[in-house]
Design a protein around this ligand. Structure first.
Ligand code: NAI
Length: 334
Protein backbone atom coordinates (compact mmCIF):
# COMPACT_ATOMS: atom_id res chain seq x y z
CA UNK A 1 0.00 0.00 0.00
CA UNK A 2 1.43 3.45 -0.85
CA UNK A 3 2.63 5.54 2.09
CA UNK A 4 0.15 8.26 3.00
CA UNK A 5 1.87 11.65 3.14
CA UNK A 6 0.11 14.74 4.49
CA UNK A 7 1.48 17.47 2.21
CA UNK A 8 0.98 20.84 3.92
CA UNK A 9 0.79 24.27 2.28
CA UNK A 10 0.48 22.68 -1.16
CA UNK A 11 0.50 25.09 -4.11
CA UNK A 12 -0.28 24.45 -7.78
CA UNK A 13 3.44 24.25 -8.64
CA UNK A 14 4.04 21.67 -5.86
CA UNK A 15 1.32 19.42 -7.26
CA UNK A 16 2.66 19.85 -10.78
CA UNK A 17 6.29 18.98 -9.97
CA UNK A 18 5.61 16.20 -7.46
CA UNK A 19 2.93 14.38 -9.45
CA UNK A 20 5.07 14.53 -12.61
CA UNK A 21 7.66 12.23 -10.98
CA UNK A 22 7.12 8.51 -11.70
CA UNK A 23 8.56 7.69 -8.25
CA UNK A 24 5.77 9.70 -6.60
CA UNK A 25 3.30 7.00 -7.71
CA UNK A 26 4.60 4.92 -4.78
CA UNK A 27 3.30 7.60 -2.40
CA UNK A 28 -0.23 8.64 -1.59
CA UNK A 29 0.21 12.42 -1.47
CA UNK A 30 -2.66 14.12 0.34
CA UNK A 31 -2.31 17.75 -0.81
CA UNK A 32 -3.55 20.17 1.87
CA UNK A 33 -3.68 23.91 1.24
CA UNK A 34 -3.35 24.97 4.87
CA UNK A 35 -0.17 25.32 6.89
CA UNK A 36 0.79 22.87 9.62
CA UNK A 37 0.44 24.22 13.14
CA UNK A 38 -1.26 23.47 16.45
CA UNK A 39 -4.68 24.18 14.97
CA UNK A 40 -4.28 21.98 11.87
CA UNK A 41 -2.11 19.10 13.05
CA UNK A 42 -5.15 16.79 13.29
CA UNK A 43 -5.35 16.80 9.47
CA UNK A 44 -2.24 14.56 9.46
CA UNK A 45 -4.45 11.76 10.84
CA UNK A 46 -3.57 8.44 9.17
CA UNK A 47 -0.38 9.74 7.53
CA UNK A 48 3.00 8.05 8.04
CA UNK A 49 4.86 11.18 6.95
CA UNK A 50 4.27 14.91 6.62
CA UNK A 51 5.77 17.09 3.90
CA UNK A 52 6.33 20.68 5.04
CA UNK A 53 7.62 24.06 3.85
CA UNK A 54 9.19 27.17 5.39
CA UNK A 55 6.21 28.57 7.28
CA UNK A 56 4.79 25.34 8.69
CA UNK A 57 5.26 25.35 12.45
CA UNK A 58 6.91 22.23 13.85
CA UNK A 59 7.38 23.11 17.50
CA UNK A 60 7.47 20.55 20.32
CA UNK A 61 3.69 20.49 20.75
CA UNK A 62 3.01 19.90 17.06
CA UNK A 63 5.73 17.21 16.83
CA UNK A 64 4.36 15.47 19.89
CA UNK A 65 0.88 15.42 18.35
CA UNK A 66 2.23 14.17 15.01
CA UNK A 67 3.93 11.28 16.82
CA UNK A 68 0.67 10.41 18.61
CA UNK A 69 -1.11 10.38 15.23
CA UNK A 70 1.41 7.83 13.95
CA UNK A 71 3.65 10.09 11.86
CA UNK A 72 7.29 8.92 11.76
CA UNK A 73 8.92 11.22 9.21
CA UNK A 74 8.94 14.99 8.66
CA UNK A 75 10.13 15.64 5.10
CA UNK A 76 10.93 19.32 4.63
CA UNK A 77 10.82 20.42 1.00
CA UNK A 78 13.13 23.36 1.70
CA UNK A 79 16.72 24.01 2.85
CA UNK A 80 16.13 26.11 5.98
CA UNK A 81 14.92 24.26 9.10
CA UNK A 82 14.58 27.04 11.71
CA UNK A 83 10.86 26.18 11.99
CA UNK A 84 11.53 22.68 13.40
CA UNK A 85 12.39 21.87 17.02
CA UNK A 86 15.07 19.31 16.12
CA UNK A 87 15.84 18.39 19.73
CA UNK A 88 12.17 17.52 20.29
CA UNK A 89 12.08 15.53 17.03
CA UNK A 90 15.08 13.48 18.17
CA UNK A 91 13.54 12.80 21.58
CA UNK A 92 10.30 11.71 19.94
CA UNK A 93 12.07 9.48 17.42
CA UNK A 94 10.81 11.43 14.43
CA UNK A 95 13.07 11.45 11.36
CA UNK A 96 13.53 14.92 9.83
CA UNK A 97 14.90 15.39 6.32
CA UNK A 98 15.30 18.39 4.05
CA UNK A 99 16.62 19.40 0.62
CA UNK A 100 19.96 21.01 1.47
CA UNK A 101 20.83 22.48 -1.93
CA UNK A 102 18.11 22.30 -4.56
CA UNK A 103 19.42 25.30 -6.47
CA UNK A 104 21.61 27.85 -4.75
CA UNK A 105 21.79 29.51 -8.20
CA UNK A 106 18.04 30.25 -8.06
CA UNK A 107 18.42 32.17 -4.79
CA UNK A 108 21.67 33.93 -5.70
CA UNK A 109 20.25 35.03 -9.06
CA UNK A 110 17.07 36.35 -7.41
CA UNK A 111 19.21 38.24 -4.90
CA UNK A 112 21.02 39.99 -7.72
CA UNK A 113 17.74 40.58 -9.61
CA UNK A 114 16.41 42.38 -6.52
CA UNK A 115 19.58 44.44 -6.17
CA UNK A 116 19.60 45.52 -9.83
CA UNK A 117 15.87 46.32 -9.74
CA UNK A 118 16.22 48.36 -6.57
CA UNK A 119 19.29 50.24 -7.73
CA UNK A 120 18.09 51.03 -11.26
CA UNK A 121 14.48 51.50 -10.12
CA UNK A 122 13.16 49.08 -12.72
CA UNK A 123 9.95 48.49 -10.73
CA UNK A 124 9.14 52.19 -10.84
CA UNK A 125 10.20 52.61 -14.47
CA UNK A 126 8.02 49.68 -15.53
CA UNK A 127 4.93 51.16 -13.87
CA UNK A 128 5.62 54.61 -15.32
CA UNK A 129 6.09 53.46 -18.89
CA UNK A 130 2.85 51.48 -18.76
CA UNK A 131 1.13 54.76 -17.84
CA UNK A 132 2.86 56.47 -20.80
CA UNK A 133 4.98 58.45 -18.36
CA UNK A 134 8.40 58.48 -19.97
CA UNK A 135 10.01 60.86 -17.49
CA UNK A 136 13.31 59.76 -15.91
CA UNK A 137 13.09 62.04 -12.86
CA UNK A 138 13.89 60.14 -9.67
CA UNK A 139 15.26 57.08 -11.44
CA UNK A 140 18.99 57.74 -10.90
CA UNK A 141 20.92 54.71 -9.67
CA UNK A 142 24.65 54.11 -9.23
CA UNK A 143 27.23 51.91 -10.96
CA UNK A 144 27.78 48.72 -9.00
CA UNK A 145 31.20 48.51 -10.62
CA UNK A 146 33.80 49.79 -8.20
CA UNK A 147 31.44 49.73 -5.18
CA UNK A 148 31.72 47.43 -2.18
CA UNK A 149 29.36 44.56 -1.39
CA UNK A 150 29.24 42.82 1.99
CA UNK A 151 28.13 39.18 2.07
CA UNK A 152 26.93 37.92 5.45
CA UNK A 153 27.25 34.12 5.33
CA UNK A 154 29.39 32.47 2.65
CA UNK A 155 27.62 29.14 2.35
CA UNK A 156 26.30 27.85 -0.96
CA UNK A 157 24.11 30.87 -1.75
CA UNK A 158 26.35 33.58 -0.30
CA UNK A 159 29.36 32.33 -2.27
CA UNK A 160 27.45 32.32 -5.57
CA UNK A 161 26.10 35.81 -4.89
CA UNK A 162 29.62 37.03 -4.13
CA UNK A 163 30.92 35.53 -7.37
CA UNK A 164 28.19 37.22 -9.45
CA UNK A 165 28.91 40.57 -7.77
CA UNK A 166 32.65 40.13 -8.38
CA UNK A 167 31.66 39.74 -12.04
CA UNK A 168 30.18 43.25 -11.93
CA UNK A 169 33.57 44.53 -10.73
CA UNK A 170 32.52 45.06 -7.13
CA UNK A 171 34.89 44.73 -4.21
CA UNK A 172 33.44 41.93 -2.08
CA UNK A 173 33.80 41.67 1.69
CA UNK A 174 32.43 38.71 3.62
CA UNK A 175 31.81 37.58 7.15
CA UNK A 176 31.20 34.02 8.36
CA UNK A 177 32.12 32.14 11.55
CA UNK A 178 33.45 29.36 9.26
CA UNK A 179 35.36 31.24 6.56
CA UNK A 180 36.40 29.47 3.36
CA UNK A 181 39.89 30.88 2.81
CA UNK A 182 40.63 28.95 -0.40
CA UNK A 183 37.40 30.13 -2.04
CA UNK A 184 38.01 33.72 -0.87
CA UNK A 185 41.53 33.73 -2.34
CA UNK A 186 40.30 32.28 -5.62
CA UNK A 187 37.59 34.95 -6.00
CA UNK A 188 39.44 37.85 -4.38
CA UNK A 189 36.93 38.14 -1.56
CA UNK A 190 38.16 39.56 1.77
CA UNK A 191 36.86 38.19 5.07
CA UNK A 192 36.37 40.94 7.67
CA UNK A 193 34.63 41.25 11.02
CA UNK A 194 30.87 41.85 10.88
CA UNK A 195 31.27 45.43 12.16
CA UNK A 196 33.78 46.27 9.40
CA UNK A 197 31.53 44.76 6.76
CA UNK A 198 28.54 46.86 7.76
CA UNK A 199 30.63 50.03 8.01
CA UNK A 200 32.36 49.65 4.64
CA UNK A 201 29.73 48.18 2.30
CA UNK A 202 27.55 50.04 -0.21
CA UNK A 203 25.39 46.92 -0.45
CA UNK A 204 24.90 44.32 2.31
CA UNK A 205 23.34 40.98 1.39
CA UNK A 206 22.25 38.45 4.03
CA UNK A 207 22.83 34.71 3.47
CA UNK A 208 23.23 33.23 6.94
CA UNK A 209 20.66 30.82 8.39
CA UNK A 210 18.27 31.88 11.14
CA UNK A 211 19.65 30.68 14.48
CA UNK A 212 19.55 32.17 18.00
CA UNK A 213 22.89 33.85 17.09
CA UNK A 214 21.63 35.47 13.89
CA UNK A 215 18.17 36.54 15.12
CA UNK A 216 18.03 40.34 14.58
CA UNK A 217 21.58 40.31 13.27
CA UNK A 218 20.57 43.56 11.57
CA UNK A 219 19.38 45.82 14.37
CA UNK A 220 19.56 49.46 15.37
CA UNK A 221 23.34 49.52 16.08
CA UNK A 222 24.27 47.65 12.88
CA UNK A 223 22.02 49.91 10.80
CA UNK A 224 23.49 53.01 12.47
CA UNK A 225 26.97 51.78 11.54
CA UNK A 226 26.10 51.39 7.85
CA UNK A 227 27.15 53.89 5.21
CA UNK A 228 24.56 56.57 4.58
CA UNK A 229 22.55 55.56 1.50
CA UNK A 230 23.64 51.90 1.52
CA UNK A 231 21.36 49.12 0.30
CA UNK A 232 20.31 46.07 2.30
CA UNK A 233 19.15 42.86 0.61
CA UNK A 234 17.68 39.89 2.46
CA UNK A 235 16.79 36.64 0.70
CA UNK A 236 17.60 34.46 3.71
CA UNK A 237 15.12 34.63 6.61
CA UNK A 238 12.99 37.57 7.74
CA UNK A 239 13.90 37.34 11.41
CA UNK A 240 17.53 38.24 10.62
CA UNK A 241 16.29 41.85 10.55
CA UNK A 242 14.65 43.90 13.29
CA UNK A 243 11.86 45.39 11.17
CA UNK A 244 11.09 48.31 13.51
CA UNK A 245 14.75 49.40 13.36
CA UNK A 246 14.74 48.94 9.58
CA UNK A 247 11.76 51.26 9.19
CA UNK A 248 13.51 53.92 11.29
CA UNK A 249 16.67 53.60 9.17
CA UNK A 250 14.58 54.09 6.03
CA UNK A 251 12.74 57.08 7.48
CA UNK A 252 15.99 58.76 8.51
CA UNK A 253 17.57 58.15 5.10
CA UNK A 254 20.37 56.09 6.65
CA UNK A 255 19.47 53.30 4.21
CA UNK A 256 19.23 54.15 0.52
CA UNK A 257 17.04 51.15 -0.24
CA UNK A 258 15.95 47.73 0.92
CA UNK A 259 15.10 44.60 -1.05
CA UNK A 260 13.42 41.75 0.79
CA UNK A 261 12.36 38.30 -0.33
CA UNK A 262 11.62 37.36 3.27
CA UNK A 263 9.92 39.25 6.06
CA UNK A 264 9.98 38.87 9.83
CA UNK A 265 6.24 38.17 10.10
CA UNK A 266 5.68 36.59 6.69
CA UNK A 267 3.98 33.51 8.14
CA UNK A 268 0.30 33.63 7.23
CA UNK A 269 0.82 36.49 4.75
CA UNK A 270 3.28 35.36 2.09
CA UNK A 271 2.26 32.71 -0.45
CA UNK A 272 -1.41 33.83 -0.28
CA UNK A 273 -3.60 36.33 -2.16
CA UNK A 274 -4.71 38.98 0.35
CA UNK A 275 -5.73 41.56 -2.26
CA UNK A 276 -9.34 41.52 -1.02
CA UNK A 277 -8.43 42.01 2.64
CA UNK A 278 -7.21 44.77 4.91
CA UNK A 279 -3.54 44.22 5.77
CA UNK A 280 -3.38 43.82 9.54
CA UNK A 281 0.43 44.01 9.79
CA UNK A 282 1.28 47.71 10.28
CA UNK A 283 5.02 47.23 9.77
CA UNK A 284 4.57 45.43 6.46
CA UNK A 285 2.03 48.07 5.42
CA UNK A 286 4.57 50.81 6.27
CA UNK A 287 7.35 49.04 4.37
CA UNK A 288 5.12 48.88 1.30
CA UNK A 289 4.79 52.69 1.28
CA UNK A 290 8.50 53.41 0.71
CA UNK A 291 9.48 54.01 -2.92
CA UNK A 292 12.91 52.55 -2.16
CA UNK A 293 11.66 49.25 -0.70
CA UNK A 294 11.20 46.27 -2.97
CA UNK A 295 9.49 43.15 -1.66
CA UNK A 296 8.94 39.75 -3.23
CA UNK A 297 6.99 37.10 -1.32
CA UNK A 298 9.66 34.42 -0.69
CA UNK A 299 10.06 33.49 -4.33
CA UNK A 300 13.85 33.31 -4.61
CA UNK A 301 13.66 29.50 -4.83
CA UNK A 302 11.00 29.54 -7.55
CA UNK A 303 12.71 28.28 -10.69
CA UNK A 304 11.89 25.19 -12.75
CA UNK A 305 15.23 23.65 -11.82
CA UNK A 306 14.75 24.22 -8.10
CA UNK A 307 11.17 22.89 -8.09
CA UNK A 308 12.27 19.79 -10.00
CA UNK A 309 15.11 19.11 -7.58
CA UNK A 310 12.93 19.78 -4.51
CA UNK A 311 10.37 17.26 -5.80
CA UNK A 312 13.02 14.68 -6.70
CA UNK A 313 14.95 14.76 -3.40
CA UNK A 314 11.85 15.00 -1.19
CA UNK A 315 10.13 12.12 -3.01
CA UNK A 316 13.25 9.97 -2.72
CA UNK A 317 13.47 10.70 1.02
CA UNK A 318 9.78 9.88 1.49
CA UNK A 319 10.20 6.56 -0.37
CA UNK A 320 13.29 5.61 1.64
CA UNK A 321 11.60 6.60 4.88
CA UNK A 322 8.70 4.30 4.02
CA UNK A 323 10.96 1.26 3.67
CA UNK A 324 13.37 2.26 6.49
CA UNK A 325 16.32 2.76 4.12
CA UNK A 326 18.98 5.44 4.72
CA UNK A 327 17.95 8.85 3.45
CA UNK A 328 19.86 10.63 0.70
CA UNK A 329 23.30 11.85 1.76
CA UNK A 330 23.26 15.10 3.69
CA UNK A 331 19.49 15.41 3.85
CA UNK A 332 18.84 14.00 7.33
CA UNK A 333 18.63 16.50 10.22
CA UNK A 334 17.19 14.18 12.89
P1 NAI B 1 24.56 27.19 3.93
O1 NAI B 1 24.31 26.35 5.12
O2 NAI B 1 25.25 26.61 2.75
O3 NAI B 1 25.36 28.51 4.35
C1 NAI B 1 25.05 29.30 5.48
C2 NAI B 1 26.35 30.02 5.87
O4 NAI B 1 26.02 30.97 6.89
C3 NAI B 1 27.40 29.07 6.44
O5 NAI B 1 28.65 29.28 5.78
C4 NAI B 1 27.48 29.46 7.91
O6 NAI B 1 28.77 29.29 8.48
C5 NAI B 1 27.09 30.94 7.82
N1 NAI B 1 26.71 31.53 9.10
C6 NAI B 1 26.18 30.92 10.20
N2 NAI B 1 26.05 31.80 11.20
C7 NAI B 1 26.51 33.00 10.73
C8 NAI B 1 26.65 34.29 11.30
N3 NAI B 1 26.31 34.54 12.57
N4 NAI B 1 27.16 35.28 10.54
C9 NAI B 1 27.54 35.04 9.26
N5 NAI B 1 27.44 33.84 8.67
C10 NAI B 1 26.92 32.82 9.40
O7 NAI B 1 23.13 27.75 3.51
P2 NAI B 1 22.66 28.27 2.07
O8 NAI B 1 22.20 27.13 1.25
O9 NAI B 1 23.67 29.20 1.52
O10 NAI B 1 21.35 29.09 2.48
C11 NAI B 1 21.43 30.25 3.28
C12 NAI B 1 20.03 30.61 3.78
O11 NAI B 1 19.23 31.01 2.68
C13 NAI B 1 19.25 29.40 4.37
O12 NAI B 1 19.55 29.23 5.73
C14 NAI B 1 17.83 29.81 4.17
O13 NAI B 1 17.38 30.45 5.33
C15 NAI B 1 17.87 30.82 3.01
N6 NAI B 1 17.15 30.36 1.83
C16 NAI B 1 16.19 31.19 1.29
C17 NAI B 1 15.48 30.81 0.17
C18 NAI B 1 14.44 31.69 -0.45
O14 NAI B 1 13.65 31.22 -1.28
N7 NAI B 1 14.39 32.99 -0.14
C19 NAI B 1 15.72 29.50 -0.45
C20 NAI B 1 16.80 28.74 0.14
C21 NAI B 1 17.46 29.16 1.26
Amino acid sequence: MPTLVAFFEAKSYDREYFTALPAAAELDLRFLEHRLGAGTVATAQGAAAVCCFVNDRLDRGVLQRLRELGVRHVALRCAGFNNVDLAAARELGLAVTRVPAYSPHAVAEHTVALLLTLNRKIHRAHNRVREQNFSLAGLVGFDLHGKTAGIVGTGRIGRLTAEILRGFGMTVLATDPCPDAAWAAQHQVAYVAKSGLFARSDVVSLHSPLTPDTHHLVNEPTLAAMKRGAYLVNTSRGKLIDTAALIEALKSGRLGGVALDVYEEEEGVFFEDHSDHVLADDELARLLTFPNVLITAHQAFLTREALGEIARVTTENLRRGAVAQPFLDGTQLA
